[in-house]
Design a protein around this ligand. Sequence first.
Ligand SMILES: *[C@@H]1O[C@H](CO)[C@@H](O)[C@H](O)[C@H]1NC(C)=O
Ligand SMILES: *[C@@H]1O[C@H](CO)[C@@H](O)[C@H](O)[C@H]1NC(C)=O
Ligand SMILES: *[C@@H]1O[C@H](CO)[C@@H](O)[C@H](O)[C@H]1NC(C)=O
Length: 460
Amino acid sequence: MLLRVIVVSFVFLSFLNYGNAGITSTFIRSEWPSNDIPIDNKEFSIPKGHNAPQQVHITQGDYDGRAVIISWVTPDEPGSNEVKYGTAEKRYEFTAEGTVSNYTFYQYKSGFIHHCFVDGLEHDTKYYYKLGSGDSAREFWFKTPPQIGPDAPYKFGIIGDLGQTYNSLSTLKHYMQSGGQTVLFVGDLSYADRYQYNDVGLRWDSWGRFVERSTAYQPWIWSAGNHEIDYMPYMGEVTPFKNFLQRYATPHLVCKSSNPLWYAIRRASAHIIVLSSYSPFVKYTPQWEWLREELKKVNREKTPWLIVLMHVPIYNSNGAHYMEGESMRAVFESWFVEYKVDYRISNTRYNITSGDRYPVPDKSAPVYITVGDGGNQEGLADRFLDPQPDYSAFREASYGHSTLEIKNRTHAFYHWNRNDDGKKQATDAFVLRNQYWASNHRRRKLKKHYLKSVGGGAAI
Ligand SMILES: *[C@@H]1O[C@H](CO)[C@@H](O)[C@H](O)[C@H]1NC(C)=O
Ligand SMILES: *[C@@H]1O[C@H](CO)[C@@H](O)[C@H](O)[C@H]1NC(C)=O
Ligand SMILES: *[C@@H]1O[C@H](CO)[C@@H](O)[C@H](O)[C@H]1NC(C)=O
């Protein structure tokens, strides 16, 4: 609520500043600040035909990118679990059989949720696929990543805190023009938990239809945020992550994780580790045990880029989530440094007796990028700490998305793009030199710019 008040005054100030300069309506968004798009809007439209598959999304299905999990919802009856697919348009040589389930949330009854594992795919190949049958059938496509290798180029998008407002739509459209091949999603998907009773389930559905324009055509790598917890005891819903886990599958079994909320995959030249900020992670817990083993599997000769995704930032200078990452930092930071998770700061010298409490430059520490600006209903998180701490290089309270474009084993380019009143505006950029491969070479020159925005976090 406080945030919303701040946003309103911010809009007002902008109006005063720019209004006099002769720039009028283009700077005033009709639905500003962040209102959710009405549920009957065309952006959430239900596909035509009886029981037509909707909310289609794919994610990587195996460790190395030769499988996908295809998920969709049929609203009226279970229908078919089959995915027909092949490498030529409209000629589906293969069929895979998935599973179906449904659940309730308060009195809301979900549609029939299908998950289908499709494996044995060739690398670097375009596949076409078809769901449903007759007049209700729908067709999509996706491209598999190149084979795992140190110089396999790949362009990831990074999006967090998306929601389903007009700003979210702007972010999504801009991302889709970026050439990004896979989204690293850092948590907080639908913000359906801002609703109550049956509307929670309905807003999970509308979000699934909203993002389908991208999620049906390229994998989104999911990690869970606080808005996925959906702990609502007043309506009898006390199982954390119920809506999220029913709808968004992850390939946790292939990396021997006991829980879909934390897992790892390899894609092109990247080893991607997804952690759950809202599940137990202290010493001896399943997540801690799993991460210890997973880090041993990282082979920087094959996947030079080691990326860790988690929702709560470990270093943060915004009021949102401030200090929440401290407990995970205390547990995992020494591992991130040891394994050189790709300026660089660390606070591993701190312990409760030493009092060395300030983060210090550390060549083998990760670069932390915080992106939480998808455009959700909570509006701008613009309460930054003042003065800006040394560990923060660049920050802006705004909306937008990032891309991480890996060129080869030594170089990757990071870009952050602001949604500037509907226009995409390249705003922050830097070159990452790989920790492992650059370590014997000239040290990476960090442009004194790296993004410190708000909300979700990605550590690279
Ligand atoms: C699942 O759907 C079937 C068929 O409509 C229904 O009988 C059953 O109660 C549903 N289960 C849940 C958990 O909603
Ligand atoms: C605590 O930190 C200090 C300073 O870095 C170090 O000398 C000491 O060994 C640490 N204590 C433990 C128990 O690790
Ligand atoms: C890696 O990519 C960078 C940036 O495109 C380029 O300058 C460099 O020459 C490349 N290195 C190799 C070994 O190809």
